[in-house]
Structure formats: C-alpha cells, structure tokens
Ligand binder design. Sequence first.
Ligand code: FMN
Length: 252
Amino acid sequence: MEGRPTVDFYETLFRRRDVRAEFTGEPVDPAVLGRVLAAAHSAPSVGLSQPWDFVVVSDPAIRQRFFEHVQAERAVFASQLEGPQAERFARIKIDGIRESSLGLVVTYDPARGAPAVLGRHAIADTGLYSTCLAIENLWLACTAEGWGLGWVSFYREAFLRDLLGIPAEVRPVAWLCVGPVRALQAVPDLERHGWRHRLPLEAVLHEETWGHHGGLLASGPGGRLGGAIGDGADEARAGGGPLERAEGGGSR
Ligand SMILES: Cc1cc2nc3c(=O)[nH]c(=O)nc-3n(C[C@H](O)[C@H](O)[C@H](O)COP(=O)(O)O)c2cc1C
C-alpha cells in the first residue's frame, strides 16, 4: 500500500483531549459504547495475553464514593505544593467523575495467559504496557465518536479494588470518565493553566545515540523529516469535524 497518511485518523489523533469539564452527562448510546469497547479490546498485547478487563460504572452512589476518595487524594497532592504552583493547582479540575455519563475502570490481570506469556519473560511491565494501549485505543475511538475521555489516577489501588470487588491479584490501571461532550478544548487543560507545556518534538528526538539531537527535523536540506510527519496540531485545530472546539478557558 502506498504510504499516504489517513487524514481522518490524524485529525482524530490531534483532536483527542483529556476531558474534565466538558461532559454533557447524557445517557450513552449502547451501540457507541460497544464500538469503543471493541476498539479497546482490539489493542495489541504482549503474547496476545489481552490482560485487560473493563468495568462499566454508572451507579451514582459508587461514583460519589470514588469522587470523595479522589478529593482526599487531591488534598494529599496539594499539600506537597507551595506558592504559585499550589495556586495554579487549585484552579485545575482533575476529574469528571460525576459529570460524565459513565465511569470505565480498566484493570490489568498479570495471570492471563501466564506463565508462558510470549515476550514478557524479560520485561514484566509489558503486560501493563498492553493495558495502556487498550486505553489509548479507547481514547481515540471515543474522540472519533464525538465523545470525550478523562483519565483519573488520583486514587489508591486498594480503595478502588475494594469499591468494585476487583480480585486481589488484578490491578486497577485507570478510572476513565467517558461520554458525550459539548466540545473538546483545543489546548490541554494543563497548558491552559500554565502547569506544563508540550515539549517540541526536537527535544525528545535523538539520532543514532542518546543525546545527539541531529538535524532530522530542521528545515532545509539537513532536515529529513520536517514536513513529512509534522505534529498536525495546527491542521487539526483549523479543521472541522463532528465537534465544535471550545474557546479559551472555562474549566477549572
Ligand atoms: C497515566 C495518566 C494518568 C492521568 N491522570 C490524570 C488525572 O488523575 N487527572 C487529570 O486531570 N488528568 C490526568 N491525566 C491526563 C493528563 O493530564 C493529560 O493527558 C495531559 O495533561 C495532556 O493533555 P491532553 O491529554 O489533553 O493532550 C492522566 C494521563 C495519563 C496518561
């Protein structure tokens, strides 16, 4: 097949956002939920172990209990901050647990396909990597469907295990807030609040050996990749699609 990029795919990829404040909370279309879960379940996995499970949580009482736990963990993190950083963090919303249509908890089961997991003998973390790939598939599929997804990690694994009756040997990897959204922000919340900024690709690209930032992306004859891969963000921001972009600030 000729190496032409699929524009719709890149458009979806660069539109993807971590969503906290833009959920509508409306009931989900079961067909869409089925498609995004199928996308997650089609992820690559070490030794085809498929070590993930998905727990769909709609019960408001369970979500409220999780929300209260997350608030407590937020306070733990906030207590480690000082000065302007503390003030900045106070303005950042870190979850949409109660506002989203659903919670989706993704877990990792190291026993699935074990003991002979092909490819995991030297790097145990490959099982977790596989679970994260399922989450990324889900994230992109939600974006393509006009939904949003927000990853919440302000929790203790033991608490979430107890809350949902997850077996002791299975690790909760993420609580994902999922559902239709009013809009997607053009700029990540953490950038909008001045917490951190996305690094330029050049800063993380090494040539041949670590620390050698060659001219791969430079413009002119020395730059061999620039333009060929671009980050596409400008095009994505300019482009249309199923959702309007949110303008500027708004979410805490
Ligand atoms: C492993 C992981 C855990 C995260 N946990 C949280 C979280 O607890 N709360 C939150 O608001 N965002 C969380 N995020 C979202 C990141 O803050 C977000 O991806 C990053 O700021 C870039 O923004 P973008 O996803 O919109 O591009 C998490 C993301 C990842 C990959």
